[in-house]
Write a protein that binds this ligand. Sequence first.
Ligand code: NDP
Length: 288
Amino acid sequence: ANKAAVTVIGLGPMGQAMAGAYLEAGYEVTVWNRTAARAATLVARGAHRAETVEEALAANELVILSLTDYDAMYAILEPAAAALRGRVLVNLSSDTPERAREAAAWAAGHGAEHLTGGVQTPPSGIGSPESSTFYSGPKEVFEAHEAALKVLTGADYRGTDPGLAALYYQIQMDMFWTAMLSYLHATAVTAANGITAQEFLPYAQSTMASLPNFLAFYAPRIDAGNHEGDVDKLAMGVASVEHVLHTTEGSGVGTALPAAVLEVFRRGVERGYGGDSFTRLLDVFREG
Ligand code: NDP
């Protein structure tokens, strides 16, 4: 009767991996999914399939949500809202900080706690402590359930604001997609010049691996408001990005990406920042 227990609602690839990790860790696991058939493998491994959302909520205080987005959560939980009282909803569905804040207020209105989560691993990383998930929401709630959450991945608690975990998740995605697109673009240029992705790989990796040093150099200067052009000048950056654009053009590859980058640099120069570091472009972003 003292066995640790958890409810998992949502059995996409992520929810399946999560429920599986809890079974592996010896938890008593109750699952619910809109498409009930997705529970079959888990039930064969010992999970209990709740017939209704109410039953899934009643089974355990700790309720993990792994759904496409927050709309899916409302679609599932609104009709069962009376069963939310006293539950701890750990929402591992991705969405925006604003949506996470709304959801926390909505849960509180039904007598439930809400922890926002931002999972930074694909399903294959679930159950591994080297993977990491951002959490935010009430600290005491996080601490009370920290051990259970760490069955899934490492846990990085970001603060009480329910939007924070979503924010950290989204800024990571912001960097991830832009960086990966830069890689794809460079790969298109190399391919146009008869160089394979495999041949380019060590050079692409080396460029990516150099970035942490630049971030470490610029971060304290950014916080200090120091955009001095002692190491790099925006005007030099414009010339450099122009060379990239022309190389792209000369290779017969579409210039949408370097043209967008060049536009940001040019706006910085137009505002009179040509002698400052490229970090001055923060002002261009801020002012829109
Ligand atoms: P899916 O989109 O495959 O999750 C689908 C789940 O949401 C299913 O249980 C589905 O039910 C349910 N669902 C969707 N819409 C509704 C609805 N309107 N009503 C009821 N249920 C609904 O995503 P994943 O499992 O891949 O991921 C879950 C979350 O984790 C997502 O927010 C994703 O962004 C995030 N994430 C995923 C990663 C990945 O690699 N997969 C990596 C990091 C984060 P049904 O089975 O009935 O369709």
